[in-house]
Structures are given as C-alpha cells and as structure tokens.
Design a protein around this ligand. Structure first.
Ligand SMILES: NC(=O)c1ccc[n+]([C@@H]2O[C@H](COP(=O)([O-])OP(=O)(O)OC[C@H]3O[C@@H](n4cnc5c(N)ncnc54)[C@H](OP(=O)(O)O)[C@@H]3O)[C@@H](O)[C@H]2O)c1
Length: 164
C-alpha cells in the first residue's frame, strides 16, 4: 500500500526555497508517529532539505536521475518504478515529497491513501505546490482540527483521504 503524507496551505503550497513553509511541531510529531517503522520515498531535494538525515527508524529511499549517486543512509532509486521495487507489498510505504515526486504519484494511480495536513493560511512566496485533490477521486474519511497555540502558529487539520 502506498500513501502520501504532506502539509499544504490553502492554495496547496508546500515549500519555499527548498524548505517547508513554517515550523509546526505538532505536524512534525504527526509525521513521525505515522511514518516511523515504515519505508519512506522522497526526491533528492527533499532528502537534502531534512535537518536530520536520513530520517531515523525508517527505510529512506531517495529518487534521483544522477547515476551512481550515493547519499548517506539512503537507498538510491533512479526511477519511480525502481523505488517501488524496494517496498514490501504487505507494508504501508509513504511518499514524503517533494513537489515533483508528489505530482508523479498523484498522476500515476499508485497512491492508495492521502494524509494531508491542511494549514489555515496562504503563503504568497511559496514556490512548490501539491497537485489538486480531486473530490471525485478522493474521499475524506477522517478529520481532526488542531487549534493554533503558543508553539504552533497556525490552525491546521489532519485529514485522511481514501480512493473512492
Ligand atoms: N509540506 C510538505 O509536507 C513537504 C514535504 C516534502 C517536501 N516539501 C518541500 O518540497 C520542496 C522540494 O520539492 P521539489 O519538487 O523541489 O523536489 P523533490 O520532489 O524533493 O526532488 C526532486 C528531485 O528528485 C529527482 N526526481 C524526481 N522525479 C524523478 C524521476 N522520475 N526519476 C529520477 N529522479 C527523479 C530529481 O533529482 P536529481 O536532480 O538528483 O536528478 C529531482 O530533481 C522543498 O521546499 C521541501 O521543503 C514539503
């Protein structure tokens, strides 16, 4: 089973200048809780953006076009298909970004489930986006509101979608 996990703003923005749009410790904990113990698949830009890499307690698969490239603690894959060959069909594996990788997985039909953190804000200077979530394809099955607080500057919602 392949799932996508991502945090998006009100216009589906996910990043700016190679980094996340904001620091939401509550969402980072959510990400860690959901993905720990699993395989995570990411593009090279996302791997390089991680403050601590590879992500601990997870099998890190990194996709690149650069033949022969090796990154510390990562299993390298040179295409989407090659990355998927490292996934055990009995486990839930997570696509963790970024924009280029999300786009390919939203288009290729391989994704079974979405874990979307919807952030109640719109950044004007974002440069990386998540594709539209088509309501004819994706059915929200669970939603949990997280109010802003002193550590988390924006209200956000953890929403899970499955394919209709
Ligand atoms: N909000 C969130 O939840 C979230 C999550 C993750 C990332 N992000 C943000 O997203 C941004 C990064 O996204 P991005 O779109 O720039 O980069 P990305 O998707 O992380 O990585 C793109 C790179 O992956 C490789 N790649 C992609 N498709 C490939 C394919 N089919 N075959 C072989 N290699 C392939 C290429 O690497 P080479 O150039 O080496 O060939 C490409 O340059 C950052 O701002 C990051 O903070 C946000």
């Amino acid at each position: 089973m392949i799932s996508i996990i991502v945090a998006i703003d009100e216009h589906n923005a996910i990043g700016r200048k190679g980094q996340l749009l904001c620091h939401l410790p509550n969402d980072l904990k959510h990400f860690k809780d959901i993905t720990s113990g699993h395989t995570v698949i990411m593009g090279k830009n996302t791997y390089l953006s991680l403050p601590k890499r590879p992500l601990p307690n997870r099998t890190n698969i990194v996709i690149t076009d650069v033949a022969g490239e090796q990154l510390e603690g990562a299993t390298m894959a040179y295409s989407i298909d090659e990355a998927l060959q490292f996934v055990n069909p009995d486990e839930e594996a997570f696509i963790i970004g970024g924009g280029m990788i999300y786009r390919q997985f939203m288009e290729n039909g391989f994704t079974d489930k979405l874990y979307i953190t919807h952030i109640d804000y719109k950044w004007d200077d974002a440069d990386t986006f998540f594709p539209a979530i088509d309501p004819d394809i994706w059915l929200p099955v669970r939603s949990e509101k997280q109010e802003a607080d002193e550590k988390n500057p924006y209200t956000h919602h953890f929403v899970e979608y499955i394919k209709r």
